[in-house]
Design a protein around this ligand. Sequence first.
Ligand SMILES: NC(=O)c1ccc[n+]([C@@H]2O[C@H](COP(=O)([O-])OP(=O)(O)OC[C@H]3O[C@@H](n4cnc5c(N)ncnc54)[C@H](OP(=O)(O)O)[C@@H]3O)[C@@H](O)[C@H]2O)c1
Length: 429
Amino acid sequence: MRTRPLKVALLGCGVVGSEVARILTTNADDLAARVGAPIELAGVAVRRPGRARGQVPAELVTTDATALVKRGDIDVVVEVIGGIEPARSLLTTAFEHGASVVSANKALLAEDGAALHAAAQKHGADLYYEAAVAGAIPLLRPLRESLAGDEVNRVLGIVNGTTNFILDRMDSAGSGYSEALDEATALGYAEADPTADVEGFDAAAKAAILASIAFHTRVRLDDVHREGITEVTAADIVSARRMGRTVKLLAICERAADGRSVTARVHPAMIPLSHPLASVREAYNAVFVESEAAGQLMFYGQGAGGSPTASAVLGDLVAACRNKLNGAVGPGESAYARLAVSPMGRAVTRYHISLDVADKPGVLAQVATVFAEHGVSIDTVRQQGKDGEASLVVVTHRAHDAALSATVETLRRLDTVRGVASIMRVEGE
Ligand SMILES: NC(=O)c1ccc[n+]([C@@H]2O[C@H](COP(=O)([O-])OP(=O)(O)OC[C@H]3O[C@@H](n4cnc5c(N)ncnc54)[C@H](OP(=O)(O)O)[C@@H]3O)[C@@H](O)[C@H]2O)c1
């Protein structure tokens, strides 16, 4: 084994960084044996230097992250600060100084992954970010390496633990949205400002990363259609249950049937209780991959938390260290396919539409005619009437999202339709 250690700069020592530092220290001998050289924590950049940092020696702590990545003797920079700046500038500087990078930063990778990959390639360095999508779950490496000989057609995943916890509570305990969110906050699953999670921004960043790798095509955050879970009601959950379904916030990346384009979207969807993703409870994550030769694959585990996320970071760190030692670089960005990224209107799926209508003869026929006029075929209709008003639940066959939107617009203009109570996509059938 080489005795000269590989030097690691740790940027950030919060929830994830403190666990990375802990495991680096406690597993030092095993990690050295696996890599072929010791890994030395050479510096730790934080914002508030006065805070206790567990097993990190005080002399390693600095507030000057830029000086740390510019040192010139750093082999790998681990970035667990989060956000766009200063993370982006720090990673660019790290590459310029010859370091490889391991990051857990989904927001940065989804926004600027192509430029960072280009910088890594230019300087002969690695850029790994397994922890950025679904925490501990090995997902990017299987997509990038294990499935490199296959053709991925679809990635369907629960990639946000906070929203899965909320929807699970609404389903299993009958809670309303606000009540379930309060419980998630009290248990530490939701942040004080839950917007990034409940509005689907976090899942959309992950969808962009997943789609880019799965389809060898650059898919940016702006390309991802995004809807959160704030509009999901207890009535939606009850309606789903009645039809043998449950509601999940899904990230869906799909290749079109003709193979020439892809779509990436994040929205709540009903899935059958028999689907493997339906049994993903609480804050767990799971991703279902469908490929040409392998068929269906399922990846399941903890999508967040200090120690689970640190596991993914350390796996990348070992890979980057091995490459450094061998004078090699791992696989870089693969965007050769350059498939078109279609807007949401081109996505094809089924829909569950709940309408409040007048309870009188002919209404059902009128509504059915509107669906037919827009080429949206109806699978089932359930009607319940009370005191001159009725609720109508329509489930369609597969249709383009644009056709469904046009159908709903026309329905809203009918005198007999009092309101569109909810529209939810139906997946996994
Ligand atoms: N937490 C999870 O479960 C999880 C899961 C998957 C991915 N991630 C990703 O991992 C990254 C880190 O998340 P986290 O939860 O560990 O965040 P966190 O607990 O807020 O920690 C952030 C760390 O970065 C430091 N920091 C902030 N700004 C800095 C600056 N300008 N210069 C130097 N240090 C700075 C902070 O210093 P102070 O300690 O002094 O404030 C803190 O140590 C994010 O990209 C996140 O998306 C997190």
